[in-house]
Design a protein around this ligand. Structure first.
Ligand SMILES: Cc1ncc(C[n+]2csc(CCOP(=O)(O)OP(=O)(O)O)c2C)c(N)n1
Ligand SMILES: [Mg+2]
Length: 376
């Protein structure tokens, strides 16, 4: 007879795993989105940072307007504008060190531009010309990701691998409010916390997943609260306050770099334009709602705070706008040129080794191109 078979002899004690392992309270986000601009603490922000943020916000607004115009001229297949969300985009593009990695979604082209990639290269995917117009390794920016939230496990994998190798690398992954409902979001956050991976997740909560408002997406108190369930801190920040987003992301990046593990940041912002140029937003939201958010505009908030400190005058605003016009003019000129395209490139760089199906498709295309050539 074994001890397990003796009645009353085996009284297992609960294993320690059932007990809470960390105190939940320090992980909880603030009740209200954190703000800096317009508060007393704004007096301490580095003037050089404010000037940089301002220049990039103004350039970003113009870049979005120009890219949207290019869709009407048939030069871009589709454009998901980040107008209204520039504070998140600019902060994400500026907050990393050179060796760090950014993992953007399709909406985060401005963050990639701010990080230093040529805007024409950034827009190549949305033009439909190539898989990605830039080499991710050149600027440590992963390809723009259209399948929702799939960039998040990639970011965790890269960050975890860097840590195992002893490389000083932090990954910053961007995702939308809608993307938080994907399984990839759960898997990425869970493993990031278990492995204490040096990764920061930034949710840009812009109110909608195409036409679906956040209230239909989740019953959570906030998206930042989701962090607690994974055992990482959640931060809630005003996504239109560029200084606040930059500070909160900066703290999270430093924490990750120091071995403190991941952070989930929810930036509350608003998608002022439609989902893309192909969407009619008037079908699911009111003009009054959009106007209310225009009154909380990221550029206005920053300009007000800078003028209050004597850090911005009309001449500086004019100079920022002129720089933005130069970017737009350059984008127009170069996006109106037809790039030389090699159709067979469609099959390059998809897999290290082409699958049978891809080889078959490549042969079909080659035959078709050959036939066209013969007809000429
Ligand atoms: C896995 C997957 N499912 C569905 C879609 C179609 N889709 C494209 S954008 C989008 C809405 C995403 O909303 P959100 O995550 O809030 O990002 P936003 O567009 O607001 O920046 C959906 C459902 C997709 N791209 N990928
Ligand atoms: Mg959204």
């Amino acid at each position: 007879m074994t001890v397990l078979e003796q009645p009353g002899a085996y009284r297992p004690t609960p294993p320690p795993a059932w007990q809470p392992r960390v105190d939940a309270a320090p992980l909880l986000p603030d009740a209200e989105p954190y703000r800096l601009l317009g508060t007393d603490a704004a007096a301490d922000i580095d003037p050089a940072l404010l000037t940089r943020l301002h220049r990039e916000l103004v350039r970003g607004r113009r870049y979005n307007a120009q890219a949207t115009a290019l869709t009407r001229q048939g030069r871009l297949a589709v454009y998901p504008s980040s107008t209204g969300q520039e504070a998140c985009q600019v902060a994400a593009g500026l907050v990393l060190r050179e060796q760090d990695w950014l993992f953007p979604s399709y909406r985060d082209t401005l963050a990639a531009v701010v990080r230093g990639i040529d805007p024409v290269q950034v827009l190549t995917l949305l033009r439909g010309d190539w898989h990605s117009g830039y080499d991710p390794r050149d600027h440590r920016v992963a390809p723009l990701c259209t399948p929702l939230a799939t960039q998040l496990p990639h970011a965790v994998g890269l960050a975890h691998a860097a840590r195992l190798k002893g490389d000083d690398v932090v990954a910053l992954a961007l995702v939308g409010d809608g993307g938080t409902s994907e399984g990839d979001f759960h898997e990425a956050l869970n493993f990031a916390a278990v492995w204490r991976a040096p990764v920061v997740f930034l949710i840009q909560n812009n109110g909608f997943a195409i036409s679906v408002p956040l209230a239909k997406q989740t019953a959570a108190p906030s998206l930042a609260h989701k962090a607690v369930g994974y055992g990482m801190p959640g931060r809630l920040v005003d996504g239109n306050d560029a200084a606040a987003v930059h500070q909160v992301l900066g703290e999270a990046v430093r924490r990750a770099r120091a071995g403190g593990g991941p952070t989930l940041v929810e930036a509350v912002t608003y998608r002022v334009d439609a989902h893309t140029n192909a969407d009619d937003a008037t079908r699911y939201r009111s003009d009054a709602e959009v106007e209310a958010w225009r009154a909380h505009d990221p550029i206005d908030l920053l300009e007000e705070a800078m003028r209050a400190r004597g850090l911005l005058d009309d001449q500086a605003v004019r100079a920022a706008r002129e720089a933005a016009e130069r970017l737009a003019a350059d984008l127009r000129t170069r996006m109106h040129q037809d790039p030389p395209l090699e159709p067979m490139d469609l099959f390059a760089d998809v897999y290290a080794e082409k699958t049978g199906q891809l080889r078959e498709q490549a042969e079909l295309l080659r035959a078709e191109l050959g036939a066209e050539e013969g007809e000429r």
